[in-house]
Write a protein that binds this ligand. Structure first.
Ligand code: GTP
Ligand code: MG
Length: 250
């Protein structure tokens, strides 16, 4: 099925403008919304359980979005993907996106590891921009997972791009995005340099907060998750086929 009828944002069309091609595209996007609900629910279950066990909430925010049709078609054109739903579904892995914001720098790895160990999730891509920041200073842990979506007549395995980062990394990424948007990607060198400095400052804050947390600990916690031995069990090398610090596609 060709999806060039989806060039407008489906949600903004009037009844008269809503053609079969738009309806097909809306149907194509539905499993992605369901996959977001399923993954968000998994993250919230972890959040509740870890908060109970540690007397401390490692997951501070969970947000999500389905990529707009315009942006899906723009990316397809950019990467040379044919405009069919099959090709788009195979080649564009970030149509569904979930972002998790954590307090401490150890927590993105912990959350990624715990999710990747769940039997119904398959990790298909990992990009570790925490161990390997982008030259502009961007840090975040990215993991594309496939999650089953149970529809009325079939089960679809749907990819979701999960971005996990600290509050400091998130603050930086949001501001950097805003600056690029405002300057239409021609950002003055001075601002780019200041962003690199700000990313370093954010990283120093993350490292200091982790050290302070590890030093203080929590004597009332049921499980000592700040304890090195326990964290080691949760280290990301348990993500199948991936070793910490490599930041590569599987
Ligand atoms: P796109 O998905 O088209 O962006 O290409 P890609 O898959 O090569 O990008 P990557 O996996 O590196 O990043 C995917 C997402 O991470 C982006 O859509 C952003 O949400 C976020 N991201 C990546 N790099 C940056 C960056 O330098 N600044 C900010 N603010 N966000 C970034
Ligand atoms: Mg990517």
């Amino acid at each position: 099925m060709i999806v060039d009828g989806a060039h407008s944002v489906v949600g903004e069309l009037s009844q008269a403008e809503f053609t079969p091609a738009h309806a097909d595209f809306a149907r194509f996007l539905l499993p992605y919304q369901c996959a977001i609900s399923a993954l968000t629910s998994k993250v919230n279950i972890l959040k509740g359980e870890l908060t109970h066990a540690d007397h401390y909430c490692p997951i501070r925010a969970v947000t999500s979005r389905v990529k707009s049709p315009d942006s899906i078609l723009g990316k397809a054109a950019r990467i040379g993907c044919p405009l069919t739903v099959d090709d788009i579904g195979t080649n564009i892995l970030d149509i569904a996106g979930v972002r998790v914001t954590c307090g401490l720098i150890s927590e993105p790895y912990r959350v990624a590891t715990l999710l990747s160990q769940q039997a119904d999730l398959t990790v298909i891509e990992v990009e570790d921009y925490i161990a390997h920041p982008k030259p502009n200073g961007y840090k975040s842990f990215h993991m594309v997972v496939e999650i089953p979506v149970y529809l009325s007549d079939r089960v679809e395995r749907v990819p979701v791009e999960l971005q996990i980062r600290t509050i400091a990394m998130d603050l930086w990424a949001n501001l950097e995005h805003k600056i690029h948007y405002k300057h239409e990607h021609a950002v003055p060198r001075r601002l780019l340099n200041e962003l690199i400095d700000a990313a370093d400052a954010a990283h120093r804050l993350d490292v200091t907060m982790q050290r302070l947390y590890d030093e203080v600990g929590d004597p009332t916690a049921g499980q000592a998750t700040h304890n090195g031995a326990h964290l080691e069990l949760l280290a990301p090398h348990t993500i199948d086929g991936w070793r910490p610090g490599q930041g590569r596609h599987l």
